[in-house]
Each structure stands twice: as C-alpha cells, then as structure tokens.
Design a protein around this ligand. Sequence first.
Ligand code: C5P
Length: 284
Amino acid sequence: MLQAAPAKVNLFLHVTGRRADGYHLLDSLVVFLAAADSLHWAEAPALSLSLDGPEGGALRAEPDNLVLRAARLLAEATGVSPRGFLRLDKHLPVASGIGGGSADAAAALRLLCRAWNVAVPPDAMAALALRLGADVPVCLASRPARMEGVGELLGPAPALPPGLGMVLANPRVALATPAVFRARAGGFSPRAALPPGWADAAAMARDLSACRNDLEAPAIGLCPAVGEVLAALRALPGCLLARMSGSGATCFALLPDAAAATAAATLLPPEWWRWGGGLYETPA
Ligand code: C5P
C-alpha cells in the first residue's frame, strides 16, 4: 500500500500576529507540487519504519520521527494496536520549508487509516494532524488552500490557472523553523487581498508580487545562500515570480508551464537540490 506525500509551497506567507503561547498567526496561500516523498506499508505484527531514497540519510527512524508519532497518535485515537512495516522513500530535503516532515506525517495518517481499516471523522483527523505540527492539517488536505490561524484554519484558494510550472531550489542548508521565527524583526503584515481566481499565470504573479514571505529576510540573515538562490531563480527563462517557501531555505520560481519548469531546473547549480515540474493533482 502506498501514499504520496507531496511538497507544499507557500506562495506568500504573512505573519499577521502572535498568540499568547508564542505561536505566530499566519495568512498563507499553499499549493502542492508533483515533487513528493512516498510512504509504503506492508503487513507486519509490530510497527517499524525504515528510511530510503536520496534524502533518507538525513533522518533517523527514531521514535520521535513524525511518521512514527503520527502512527502512535492514530492508534491511540482509534484504539487499535499499531502494526505494519513502513518504508519512507524520501526525496524532499529535510527542514527545508516545503513541508517534507509535515507531508510525511499527513501521509502516515491517511495511509494507516486504510491499512488498519479505521475511520476518523474529518474534524477529529484535522485535530490529530494539528497535534503533529502547524503544517500537518494543510498537508492532510493536499489541495490548494488559504491557510490562517497557526495553520489550522483552511479555506479555499483562488482558482489557479491550469498547467502552472514551478522550480524549487535549496542551497543544501537546513533551517530550523523556530530560529527563523525568532530572527524576525518588526511588526505584523495585513491579511492579503486576493481575487476569486486568476485566468493566467502572469496575472497571478502580478497579484502575488504585492504579497511577501515575512520569513524571507530573517532566513537570508541566518543563511545568506537563500539570497543567491533567489537571484538564480529570478534569472531563469520564463520566471514570473521567485520567493522563499515557508521558513526556508527552499525557494520557488513560478513559471507559466510545467515543461518549461522542468527544463529551467537543469540550469541551476547541480550542487543545490533542485526540482522542476507541475502542481500535484489531488486524487478525486
Ligand atoms: O508546528 P511546528 O512543529 O511545525 O512548528 C515548529 C516551530 O515553528 C514552532 O515550535 C514555533 O516555534 C514555530 N511556529 C510558529 N508559528 C506557526 C508555526 C510554527 O511560531 N504558525
């Protein structure tokens, strides 16, 4: 049994406030890409996890691994004893702002519901997801969403133009999310004004240019290579917009089509992690 764990990109990320517990209130437009980890499950009496794939070496299958935490949480919530052999085929770089760990945790919740033949009502499932991390609820949905609150409030995204392309690049520096939030200076941004949809990629890029990622400047302060990645993405043929995703260090370039994005990614320095393609097609 198999579940895809697609990467997320924050097309913009406004920090709109701060909760009493220190968590930040956000306004963000999130989309999912065809770049993905994949999680596999096979019947076995006890629960175990192995890590595989080009980025698997950066992680260890320890009890605090988000996939195992998701499995234990789901088992506890549904009263089953956790079982099965899980294998995580890791393609997304760890701690890189494209939701790898959150996507893996969300994939584990979905996969294990099928594997253990348990059903959890959507609201309860979203609450379980939130306990695993602020980005896990949106990853559970794996569809374009306007994300607010600390990540738990999900609304519809504007209608996106068909066939969008995206290039991702990471300078191979891991950035810890709490450190980036801590390095943030200044006040808060307003909630973004967005239209109901965009007819084409150029109109979308124009509106998104009026928004920003409030974590980009602090991330560049901690990791100047993010600035180099942004400059390289902006120089790609067809680039309509380049910006950092999440708390970095991965940045994206928006292009009008997926084939152009796949070709453009090969122009970036090979020592970076780089990817080009289209958006994730949410299964019906
Ligand atoms: O929820 P998650 O474990 O992904 O968050 C990691 C850290 O990022 C939190 O401990 C917090 O420091 C910061 N964070 C935040 N506001 C958010 C999401 C994350 O301050 N909305």
